[in-house]
Design a protein around this ligand. Structure first.
Ligand code: KIV
Ligand code: ZN
Length: 372
């Protein structure tokens, strides 16, 4: 079983140009709760009173998921998170030398001392505490393990391994998770991957295969810079490629993707895996022929199982089977003559970059009828 920790409302909202109103945050949180997310990171309580109130409201209105707030590793951030009535306080501090020196201006020893002190302070609120070592993947390994041990000894219930600037590969991630797992007490390990090299989902899956229990994800892969590991891709890959269960109702993935896209004001790229408009679209004649006979010839999962749908697209690469199917689909009898006419017209029109949807197809048919 893989647990899903969704951070659409925190790391996702940190995406350039995105700001959600409290009621929009609530709408997304309710959808995440409904779809079966285990932990919803609802925000960063110390950011503002409005943010804290929004998190508090999400904690009140959701019924199934645990609610978390992010907090920097200081007491006032922890107080702000606790006052939002969350189930989990997610504290973080960077552990890489570059962050310690240039961002925090503290030594490794000072960082360890803060970890011990603030994690036990957060724990005194009686909620679950998740400890993140920001930039874990560029940290000295021995120091990283020391940081996690200090956090767990101080009461952290779970630890997170963030690939903050997305520099991992699946094999390096496998090594890192095993290395940490063998050296710290048996608490759940989260993985949090960014997509700077387009590796976030692959690295998340590798972490899961190698002992991480919780995947931190964002719907549509939204998030800072190139974004985070996409919820829908991690869930589908865990299910179909690893044969691992999650609590996610997969048939609602497309609907969730559309909702988040609408409220973030960011379109879903058409070629986006699982939830994109093209994820189950077929144009090339050979593919369409195969798919119409047996969809698994060119589809790795059933579109309806993830709430998406199959689209047979007419275009430059179409063959007779696709045209026959498209004509039947709009209720027109596909005679051999008509198929030939449509096929010629489609090839001519499509190179002018016109999308051949049902309306265009009807016009082609009407033109053919007029000419007879
Ligand atoms: O990317 C990151 O390191 C984070 C942490 C705060 C978990 O988002
Ligand atoms: Zn992040």
């Amino acid at each position: 079983m893989v647990k899903i920790f969704d951070t659409t409302l925190r790391d996702g909202e940190q995406m350039a140009g995105v700001a959600l109103a409290p009621e929009e945050k609530l709408q997304i949180a309710l959808a995440l709760d409904e779809i079966g997310v285990d932990i919803i990171e609802a925000g960063f309580a110390a950011v503002s009173n409005e943010e804290r109130t929004a998190i508090k409201n999400i904690a009140k209105e959701t019924s199934r998921a645990s609610i978390a707030s992010l907090a920097r590793l200081n007491k006032s951030d922890v107080d702000a998170a606790a006052s939002a009535d969350v189930d989990m306080i997610h504290v973080f501090i960077a552990t890489s030398d570059i962050h310690l020196k240039y961002k925090l201006g503290i030594t490794r020893d000072e960082a360890l001392q803060k970890i011990g002190e603030v994690v036990s302070y957060a724990k005194s609120y009686g909620v679950r505490v998740l400890f993140s070592a920001e930039d874990a993947t560029r940290s000295d390994l021995d120091f990283l393990v020391k940081a996690y041990r200090t956090a767990v000894d101080a009461g952290a219930d779970e630890i997170n391994v963030p690939d903050t600037v997305g520099v991992m590969t699946p094999s390096r991630m496998a090594y890192l998770i095993r290395y940490i797992r063998e050296r710290i007490p048996p608490v759940p390990i989260h993985v949090h991957c960014h997509d700077d090299f387009g590796m976030a989902v692959a690295n998340t899956i590798s972490a899961i295969e190698n002992g991480a229990e919780v995947a931190q994800v964002v719907v549509n892969g939204f998030g800072e810079r190139a974004g985070n590991a996409a919820l829908e891709e991690v869930v589908a890959a865990a299910h179909y490629l690893l044969g691992m269960k999650t609590n996610i109702k997969m048939e609602k993935l497309y609907e969730l993707s559309q909702l988040v896209s609408k409220l973030f004001g960011i379109p879903v790229p058409p070629n986006k895996a699982v939830v994109g408009e093209n994820a189950f679209s077929h144009e090339a004649g050979i593919h369409v022929h195969g798919v119409l006979n047996n969809p698994f010839t060119y589809e790795p999962m059933r579109p309806e199982d993830v709430g998406n749908r199959r689209r047979i697209v007419l275009g430059k690469h179409s063959g007779r089977h696709a045209v026959e199917w498209a004509l039947k689909n709009i209720g027109v009898q596909p005679t051999e003559d008509l198929i030939s006419h449509v096929l010629n017209a489609v090839k001519e029109i499509s190179i002018k970059k016109v999308k051949i949807d049902e309306n265009v197809l009807r016009e082609i048919v009407a033109d053919w009828q007029r000419r007879r």
